[in-house]
Design a protein around this ligand. Structure first.
Ligand SMILES: CC(C)(COP(=O)(O)OP(=O)(O)OC[C@H]1O[C@@H](n2cnc3c(N)ncnc32)[C@H](O)[C@@H]1OP(=O)(O)O)[C@@H](O)C(=O)NCCC(=O)NCCS
Length: 145
């Protein structure tokens, strides 16, 4: 988001993810299918570095290689991350967000039990006014105990 990364930008992103783990004790995990042991993307937790109406919050996020879509992998990984967030890290709640048209990602959020209140929808602060991906829907999940 908002576009395809170059190999250098991808390497820089992994450096920033490792720094995020060092700083916050959480981050997005490398996603590897058990059968293949190759990096196919990430699934995990992130603290947004910008201000937004829903902040402060911890985000659950995912991004997988397109050839891996449609096998339930994002949901499988995200369920494990939710368990880690609520039971190991004892976080009280999570958010997740995407553009309204991203029905795959929204479906993953719904399968996790996340709920969407349209009054939470927001303009992504990193994108300029008029950008086609600026409007975002927000989903929330509370710990159940
Ligand atoms: C979002 C993403 C991680 C989903 O990965 P995935 O492994 O395909 O997800 P899953 O297979 O676990 O679940 C996808 C669900 O969306 C459903 N789906 C697929 N296309 C759909 C569509 N056009 N409309 C509605 N639902 C759709 C699938 O049927 C499935 O739901 P089901 O289990 O009820 O059938 C992947 O598409 C991706 O990496 N996208 C690019 C990055 C991204 O959008 N990240 C999040 C927002 S920034």
């Amino acid at each position: 988001m908002p576009g395809l990364l170059s190999p250098q930008q991808s390497d820089d992103l992994i450096d920033r993810i490792e720094q995020h783990f060092d700083r916050h004790g959480l981050g997005v995990f490398a996603a590897e299918p058990i059968q293949e042991k190759t990096l196919i993307g990430f699934i995990g937790l992130n603290i947004p570095s910008y201000d937004a109406p829903f902040m402060p919050a911890v985000e659950i996020a995912w991004r997988l290689a397109v050839e891996q879509w449609g096998q339930g992998l994002a949901t499988e990984g995200a369920r494990t991350v939710v368990h880690h967030a609520f039971n190991t890290l004892q976080l009280p709640s999570l958010v997740s967000f995407t553009v309204p048209e991203n029905m795959r990602s929204r479906r993953v959020m719904e399968k996790l039990g996340m709920t969407h209140d349209p009054s939470d929808d927001f303009d992504h602060p990193v994108l300029p006014p008029g950008h086609r991906l600026r409007r975002h829907v927000l989903y929330r999940l509370q710990r159940q105990h």
